[in-house]
Design a protein around this ligand. Structure first.
Ligand code: GDD
Ligand code: MG
Length: 351
C-alpha cells in the first residue's frame, strides 16, 4: 500500500521561517518535521512506499530523506511543475495507483491508529474515509458534519463564525480509492477540500468519518509551531528527544554550559551550544545547535534555530529566532516575534 504525503505548500503562515526552510523540514527540536510523520507511517507494515508530493524547494527535502532505505521505508518524490492544489497533487502523484491509498497533509502531527482507519475504510467499502478530530476553533480548518452512522454530510472549508455547526474538523488524513481520481481535472489547481470532497457528497458515495480524539496538531502557524514543542516537552505527545516523558532539561552532552549558567527545564539544548556564566535558559526553550548564549542573556519560552547568537544581557521571550541570527547586547525580543534567518537585532533594540 502507498501513502501520499502532501508537502508542496509554500508555508506562507510560517514565514519568514519557511523562506529558506520549507515547512515539511522545519526542525522540531533537532529533527526535520517529516521524520515524525514518517515514523507514524512506518508503524503500518502494509505501507511499503511513501510518495512525497512536492513543489516548493523540493531539492532541500530530497537531500534530507533520500530514498528512505535508512529507515526501511521506500520514499519516492513527485514534483509538480506548478502547484496543483491538494486534489491536483493527489491525482498527479497517484496517477498509476490501482489500490486504496493513504493521503496525509504534510504538516500534521498525530498518534492516530492508521491501521484502524484503513480497516474501517475496508469494512465499510468506502470510496473515501477521512479522519476527523474535535478542535476548539474550527474556523481555521475544514469543518465536517456527519450523521449518526459516521457518513459525511457536509464539508465546509474555513467556515465563517456563523457557519460553525459542530466541532469536528478534517484532520488532513484520508484513505481514498484511486478510481475516483479521474474526476480531478488534470494540469490545473484543484482542491480536495473545496471541490473533491463536496463532489463525493453530491454523488451520494460512501464517504465516511473516523473520529479521533487523541493528540493532533497542524504545525503551520508560529503559535502552533511553538505549541508542538511545548506539547512534546510536557509529554502530551511522546517523541524524541523527550520519549521518556517530561524531564527537567534535555542537554546534549556536546553542549558547553559554563559554571554559573542557569538551566530551567523543561527545555532542549542541542549539541555545540555554548551558554555563558549568568545566562539563563528558562522553561519551554529550545536552543539549536551551535548557538551562543552570552553572559546574562535570557531565553525563555522561545525557539532559537541553529547558529544564532544571543549577546550579553539580551532577552528573548515567547518568540522564534531563525538560523544565523544575531541578537545584540541588551536587546529585547518578546511576545510573538518571529525572526527570519540571518536577522540582526542591534544592541539595545526592542522588538
Ligand atoms: N503538493 C502540493 N501541492 N501540496 C500542497 C499544495 C499543492 O499545491 N497545497 C497545499 N499542499 C500541502 C501543504 O504543504 C500541506 O502539507 C497540506 O497540503 C495542507 O495544506 P495547508 O495549506 O497546510 O492547509 P490548511 O492547514 O490551511 O488546511 C488543510 O489542513 C487542515 C488540517 O490541518 C485542509 O485540509 C483542512 O480541511 C484541514 O482541516
Ligand atoms: Mg496546514
Amino acid at each position: 500500500m502507498k501513502a501520499i504525503l502532501l508537502a508542496g505548500g509554500k508555508g506562507t503562515r510560517l514565514r519568514p521561517l519557511t523562506i529558506h526552510t520549507p515547512k515539511p523540514i522545519v526542525p522540531i527540536f533537532n529533527r526535520p518535521f517529516l521524520h515524525y510523520q514518517l515514523d507514524l507511517l512506518k508503524q503500518v507494515p502494509e505501507i511499503d512506499e511513501v510518495v512525497l508530493s512536492l513543489n516548493y524547494q523540493p531539492r532541500r527535502i530530497e537531500e534530507i530523506f533520500g530514498d528512505g532505505s535508512e529507515r526501511g521505508l521506500g520514499i519516492r518524490y513527485v514534483v509538480e511543475p506548478a502547484p496543483l492544489g491538494t486534489a491536483g497533487a493527489v491525482r498527479y502523484a497517484g496517477e498509476s495507483l490501482r489500490q486504496s491509498v493513504v493521503v496525509f497533509n504534510g504538516d500534521v502531527l498525530t498518534e492516530v491508529d492508521l491501521a484502524a482507519v484503513i480497516r474501517l475504510h475496508r469494512e465499510r467499502r468506502a470510496k473515501a474515509t477521512i479522519v476527523l478530530t474535535p478542535v476548539a476553533s474550527p474556523a481555521a480548518y475544514g469543518l465536517v458534519e456527519t450523521d449518526a452512522q459516521g457518513n459525511i454530510q457536509r464539508f465546509l472549508e474555513k467556515p465563517n463564525a456563523d457557519e460553525i455547526t459542530c466541532d469536528t474538523i478534517n484532520a488532513g488524513i484520508y484513505v481514498l480509492e484511486p478510481d475516483t481520481f479521474d474526476r480531478i481535472p488534470k494540469d490545473m489547481p484543484w482542491s480536495i477540500e473545496r471541490s473533491f470532497f463536496p463532489s463525493l457528497i453530491e454523488r451520494g458515495e460512501t464517504f465516511i468519518a473516523y473520529i479521533y480524539r487523541g493528540y493532533w496538531i497542524d504545525i503551520g502557524t508560529p503559535d502552533k509551531y511553538m505549541q508542538v514543542h511545548r506539547d512534546i516537552m510536557d509529554g502530551r505527545y511522546k517523541a524524541g528527544p523527550f520519549t521518556g516523558g517530561p524531564t527537567a532539561a534535555q542537554v546534549s552532552p556536546l553542549a558547553k554550559l559554563d559554571e554559573g549558567a542557569i538551566i530551567e527545564g523543561p527545555c532542549f539544548i542541542d549539541e555545540g551550544v555554548v551558554v555563558k556564566a549568568g545566562a539563563r535558559i528558562g522553561p519551554y526553550s529550545v536552543v539549536g545547535h551551535q548557538c551562543h548564549v552570552e553572559e546574562h542573556a535570557l531565553i525563555e519560552g522561545s525557539i532559537v534555530w541553529a547558529n544564532s547568537r544571543i549577546s550579553q544581557e539580551a532577552i528573548v521571550r515567547r518568540s522564534i529566532v531563525g538560523r544565523h541570527c544575531h541578537i545584540g547586547r541588551s536587546a529585547l525580543v518578546e511576545d510573538g516575534v518571529v525572526l527570519g534567518d540571518k536577522s540582526v537585532v542591534t544592541d539595545y533594540s526592542r522588538l
